[in-house]
Design a binder for this molecule. Structure first.
Ligand code: ZN
Length: 444
């Protein structure tokens, strides 16, 4: 941090001891000297980004003499909109040693924001718990990333999502689907999550809902003004989901490549892809290359004992062998498939599937960005998937344009030159307030 930045954080701590970052009144701030990047139009501007009442007001050539707020000297830095994780489960982080790191939504929100991920979409947690947490956070503020939530996961009897012992909503017929989605809609979820999955995972298959039931889920969600995200396993699942009106599909099938007609179907339907490359490959990658566990931002974010479990226990757990073999089979074909879909113009969003093996809350969004670039996306396209496209999906505005909520990430190096530079977090700004990142570390 620059001296100015440090002083500001120290001032906030004095003014508002013990208060959460978002309950500090939104600031007027002038961000001076940095390159200002907008992934939406791939623009890079130089100037002073002025923030008033938590909202970007304009980019000026210099700090206006009557500007009421603080000025941060960010010479040599890079400003981008803060990142979003569009597929997570906020209970915590899995460990190959057994006991997971239980963070819950508050700890996950803190861990995410520490890494510059200011928006997290939870796609299945205990319904009442996650929706009431979200409501409380929205009403009262509170530390950490803003949580958005699907609530339950719509699935068949004994279908995927039902295996965790967490109550969810079971739908086996179109009638049940209409009734249950309408009932959930009254609780105000941000999206609807549904499983339609004919894939076999390391020899394990689950029952799944039929196409009429999927169609009824999607139609009822639309009637209630809700976007629906479909967990898919095969290319045919994606085809069915897109034709039935899914807003987005999540996960990437393989090892066969996407069928030739799929791009046209996705583009025509306007269906977005949330590939989740990290959850589909990182566990195996870590075993092959333990240096992945030494990344400085990861080491700051996750307890050493949990990372050690990935170094020592991962290959010793026979229950995980099938899953690892599945990852090795899919790794390269998944990259090729995502590259082909992105090159054809299919819009993408970053999602980690946090709460599963090999991914970590917040941090793994940065890895997903790197994997998207490995798949062939440009740095700009990957950044769009984590920022401006995510904002559009959530019906929110945050970023660097006038009128945007000033929720931003300040980086020490250009994420366009190398997308891995999103990990070089200099500061996180949430609605115009410089986040006290150290105060967020209490989750550990
Ligand atoms: Zn998931």
């Amino acid at each position: 941090m620059t001296r100015n930045c440090f002083v500001l954080v120290a001032t906030l701590a004095v003014v508002a001891p013990g208060l959460s970052t978002r309950s500090v009144t939104a600031q007027d701030l002038a961000l001076s000297g940095a390159a200002i990047l907008n992934p939406a139009d791939e623009s890079m501007r130089h100037g002073v980004l002025l923030i008033e009442n938590g909202t970007v007001s304009r980019v000026a050539e210099a700090v206006p003499p009557d500007f009421p707020g603080e000025t941060l000297d960010l010479a040599g830095k890079f400003i981008i909109p803060a990142l979003a994780d569009m597929h997570s489960h906020t209970f915590g982080n899995m460990s190959p040693a057994g006991m997971p790191q239980l963070l819950g939504p508050p700890g996950t929100a803190n861990a995410a924001l520490y890494t510059g991920v200011a928006f997290v979409l939870d796609l299945f947690s205990p319904e009442e718990m996650i929706l009431s947490f979200r409501d409380r956070q929205r009403a009262e503020g509170g530390q950490g990333a803003q949580i958005f939530a699907a609530g339950p996961c719509f699935t068949a009897t004994n279908g995927h999502c039902s295996e965790y012992g967490i109550p969810t909503r079971i739908v086996n017929t179109p009638e049940e689907a209409r009734r249950e989605v309408a009932d959930l809609a009254a609780a105000g979820p941000d999206v609807v999550k549904v499983v339609y999955d004919h894939q076999s995972y390391g020899g394990r298959t689950f029952p799944t809902i039929d196409l009429p039931t999927l169609t009824a889920v999607l139609e009822t969600a639309r009637e209630h003004g809700l976007r629906a995200i479909v967990h898919v396993g095969t290319w045919q699942d994606i085809r069915d989901a897109a034709l039935a009106g899914a807003s987005a599909v999540t996960h990437t099938p393989g090892p066969d490549p996407p069928p030739p007609d799929l791009v046209e179907i996705l583009l025509h339907a306007g269906t977005i892809h949330i590939p989740t490359l990290a959850v589909q490959s990182e566990f195996a990658r870590m075993l092959d290359d333990p240096a992945l566990l030494d990344d400085p931002l990861l080491v700051e974010t996750v307890p050493a004992a949990l990372l050690d479990a990935y170094r020592t226990d991962a290959s010793a757990n026979p229950q995980l062998e099938g899953w690892l073999a599945f990852q090795r089979t899919l790794m390269e074909p998944n990259l090729a498939a995502v590259g082909a879909l992105a090159a054809a113009g299919v819009p993408m969003l970053t999602g980690t599937d946090g709460g599963n093996f090999g991914v970590f809350q917040g941090y793994s969004v940065h890895r997903e960005l790197e994997l998207l670039v490995d798949a062939g996306l440009s740095s700009w396209a990957a950044l769009r998937a984590a920022t401006t496209e995510a904002a559009r999906f959530l019906d929110r505005r945050w970023g660097v344009e006038p009128g945007d909520e000033a929720t931003l990430l300040v980086l020490d190096a250009s994420p366009v030159d190398a997308v891995a530079n999103t990990k070089r977090v200099h500061a996180v700004i949430q609605a115009g307030v410089v986040v006290d990142r150290e105060a967020l570390r209490s989750w550990r």
